[in-house]
Design a protein around this ligand. Sequence first.
Ligand code: CP3
Length: 345
Amino acid sequence: MATPDAPLLRALRGDRPERQPVWFMRQAGRSLPEYRELRVGTRMLDACLTPDLAAEITLQPIRRHSVDAAIFFSDIVVPLRLAGVAVEIEPGRGPVFADPVRTAADVERVTSIDPADVAGAAEPIRDAVRLVTAELGDGVPLIGFAGAPFTLAAYLVEGGPSKEHLRARGMMYADPTSWHRLAGWLAEVSRAFLQAQIDAGAQAVQLFDSWAGSLSRATFLEHVAPHSRAALEGVEVPRIHFGVGTGPFLADMRLGGIADAVGVDWRMPLDEAAAIVGPDTTLQGNIDPALLGAPWPVLAAHIDDILAHGRAARAHVLNLGHGVPPDTDPAVLTRIVAHAHGEAE
Ligand code: CP3
């Protein structure tokens, strides 16, 4: 287990450690040739449920980039698989559900599964996390994660990836009772997944509400925020809440102060974000993934700009505004880490 003075943990508590903490969403994955090699012949969700494989993939970016945090290799739909829901991840597409949850009867069917089943079936998750934290030692903390209820519903209700999540957003208004029942159940499922990771040694967590940007502020507040809050309620390690395109309700992403840090995408400068979230929240972000292929001087200037604007926040964790694109040159990520740490590149 990392010591409490690990730069990431200090920044999440609101300190400004000498070493600028940096990690990347989707650092464990397809941008790494050693990942692609290890994954040959194994389906994504099978890899997630094979402890030594999941642990090894989690550790690959630590060895390569010297990032300040590991993010557990898994997926937001893993707890649904553990609950017995039929889901696969199709390469190049994303999560696909055999039986989309669209009607009141569908919601009744899926929510009759006891969320405690997730905790019971999560032994491969706990095993993988234990392997990771043993290997990481006292220097680098492991971040556990889960999907926020809305982003999970955006897949579960549609049955697969969608652009505007019309069916999930539609259910909120066509049948609010079913919506709240489904979102409440998803919050419990994600909460159980987080707890399994924390019990085995994860020292911080991130809730991914990647698609929250498709919501209006009013809809976020009424139909989504209470459930996201429930997913993080009672979690005893620092909590990061992330979404893309959440500028119109960034202050509300604090979930009433329960989030220690809020993720910001590339659309809003961090000084503006800091003024919105106030003095009690750490910011995480917000390198534009589109700049990862730019000439180094352009990218370096972008990062320096972000670090400068990040000084307006109480503390700052450098990251991308969204995940690492699969075609990213991993050497660029290594160089960003060295640059942020003030080392010769
Ligand atoms: O490195 C890390 O960040 C840790 C692992 C991680 C994965 N998924 C691995 C993964 C994390 C934190 C996630 C979360 C996740 N999964 C989110 C939220 C984060 C985000 O990007 O907004 C979402 C929306 C999903 C659902 C999902 N799973 C999608 C959209 C995809 C991509 C489909 C594709 O192939 O383009 C996946 C698959 C997935 N999850 C991969 C990885 C490494 C790719 C699987 C492969 O190698 O084929």
